[in-house]
Design a binder for this molecule. Structure first.
Ligand SMILES: [Zn+2]
Length: 253
């Protein structure tokens, strides 16, 4: 960016901030000068799970017997004060794409420091249905993945030699284009329907690029794990020789 453009953008931002004073995306209080996205109080007190350092954590255990994963973790807890819920709600429904990169960066820094996630080659966001993507304008999981890839430290989990950073792959896993109403189906039928919606990109070059690699599937929230299980199964069925791990931004405490 040229210096002129940088100066213009900083004035423009000051002007927009004057018209719409920025608030903390977690608690809604006005931000102080120098604070961005989150107020200092929220940033310091984010409820981290530390699951990325714990192999048998509850997110990982939720997938036992369902789908064979290398690792699984959620980075933040949903808490009673609702701050993490507000963050993820804003990310999903209020066009807060900057917030996706911010939370993704938090996730990437933590996983990248953990030896459990050393050697992850590709970050694969859970895809959004194309109709939803068109309506929302962005896939929140892809933004998280983008933030993760850019903030992932290159130290290789403390093993000396710098490890390559994982790369974001948004077109490996796809969501099929059909869009049938699920409201009249019973629970089992709904589940089957969920399970059927993810498919692998047929591109042979892309498939050979990821062969034998360690993929990290990313989504915003882990509740029952049904979405992630179905996306993970689609990846593992199509690519039997990959290693697969899962991470979400948040999970209930
Ligand atoms: Zn706050």
């Amino acid at each position: 960016m040229t210096p002129m453009k940088t100066i213009f953008l900083s004035y423009w931002r000051a002007f927009v901030d004057f018209l719409y004073p920025p608030v903390c995306k977690a608690c809604g209080r006005p931000l102080a000068a120098g604070e961005r996205t989150l107020c200092t109080d929220c940033r310091v007190h984010l409820p981290y799970t530390h699951y990325e350092d714990w192999d048998g954590n509850p997110t990982a255990r939720a997938f036992y017997g369902r789908v064979p994963l290398q690792r699984a973790a959620s980075v933040l807890f949903f808490t009673a004060d609702g701050r993490v819920q507000s963050l993820l709600h804003a990310l999903k429904y209020k066009h807060q794409s900057e917030l996706g990169l911010y939370i993704g960066a938090l996730m990437g820094r933590r996983l990248g420091r953990s030896p459990l996630y050393a050697g992850v080659d590709y970050i694969v966001p859970v895809p959004l249905h194309p109709a939803k993507l068109k309506k929302r304008g962005y896939n929140q999981a892809a933004l998280l993945g983008q933030g993760m890839a850019s903030a992932w430290p290159t130290g290789g989990g403390g093993h000396g030699a710098p490890a390559p950073k994982p790369e974001l792959l948004t077109d490996l896993l796809l969501k099929r284009r059909f869009n049938e109403s699920q409201t009249r189906k019973n629970r089992a039928e709904r589940w089957d329907n969920v399970q059927a919606v993810y498919e692998l990109n047929a591109d042979a070059g892309l498939r050979s690029r990821v062969a034998g690699k360690h993929l990290l599937l990313v989504d915003d929230v882990m509740t029952t794990g049904a979405t992630l299980e179905s996306a993970a199964s689609a990846l593992l069925e199509g690519l039997p020789d990959v290693r697969l791990s899962v991470v979400t931004a948040a999970t209930p405490a």
